[in-house]
Design a binder for this molecule. Structure first.
Ligand code: NAD
Length: 253
């Protein structure tokens, strides 16, 4: 890491790298959605300080579907379902629309990037705003399902529906995994935003890009596993504040 405070020169250099990039990708984590009111999982304010993470354990879900679903409904449908995208999600969608951002690899499952208008979103951990029948693979939107009666079931075969995101003990969706690695290996710049880089295998995406020659720009309120390791420009602060500044600098240049 060059320095921790955001000097004007760091912001300017980051803006120039983004503007001149040819195959930039973003890699986002729970931090980008904190300003939308969604807490991270860990830490004193995290969801796991209030709820038991075993509701997202695949074996527990299968053996105790009603118990799991009661917690899942509270977190992901009563709460996540009402969240709105913030300026950080919006700036990334605009970078893509302008041709600056080629792919957005996200660990988030809150659907906020898509709501902000991002198109090429590679969902490493799936999406909570879809439900799937594990048997016939039919996909439902939350509003198509009666969540007053738990656990919800598939209308076609009466199997218990599962939120379409990756549970503990479950593998990464194959296509998202393959396309994320491909995008990382082609990337010339990676914008890492709001992630500790602790969850594997997702955490290796920026490292893979760095190994293939990409320049790493990181935005986070705190240093992460990447900061003293692969990050070249560390911009310390809230995702929306930093991205708005970068957007402004790019527009002026
Ligand atoms: P994490 O909870 O481990 O870390 C969050 C990171 O965001 C920290 O480094 C923190 O310093 C930073 N941060 C906090 N507020 C910020 C802000 N305003 N601007 C910029 N950075 C900020 O998150 P993770 O690394 O993404 O790993 C958690 C796992 O949990 C992921 O796999 C993800 O699937 C899941 N998760 C998703 C959501 C969501 O969909 N919104 C929420 C919680 C957890």
């Amino acid at each position: 890491m060059k320095n921790k405070l955001n000097s004007k020169a760091d912001m300017q250099l980051a803006a120039e790298l983004i503007r001149d990039s040819r195959s930039m990708i973003a890699f986002t984590g729970a931090g980008i959605s904190v300003e939308s009111g969604i807490p991270p999982f860990r830490g004193p304010e995290g969801l796991w300080s209030r709820y038991d993470p075993q509701c997202l354990d695949l074996d527990f879900f299968h053996s105790h579907p009603k118990e799991s679903w009661t917690v899942i409904k509270t977190i992901f449908y009563d709460f996540f379902g009402k969240a709105e995208f913030n300026q950080a999600h919006r700036v990334l969608a605009d970078f893509e629309a302008k041709g600056l951002l080629k792919a957005l690899v996200t660990q988030n499952i809150d659907n906020l990037h898509q709501m902000a208008g991002s198109k090429n979103v590679l969902e490493f951990h799936g999406n909570s705003q879809k439900l799937i029948c594990p048997h016939c693979k039919k996909i439902y939107l939350p509003q198509e399902v009666n969540l007053d009666v738990l656990p919800p079931r598939c209308v076609a075969d009466k199997q218990i529906l599962k939120p379409d995101f990756v549970f503990f003990g479950e593998g990464i969706p194959e296509e998202a995994y393959r396309r994320s690695i491909e995008a990382a290996r082609k990337a010339d710049v990676v914008l890492i935003i709001g992630t500790t880089g602790e969850v594997m295998p997702a955490a290796m995406i920026p490292t893979e890009a760095k190994r293939a020659g990409a320049t790493i720009i990181e935005i986070n309120t705190e240093p992460s596993n990447y900061t003293n390791n692969i990050t070249e420009i560390f911009l310390q602060g809230k995702a929306s504040e930093i991205l708005l500044k970068l957007e402004d600098l790019i527009q002026r240049n």
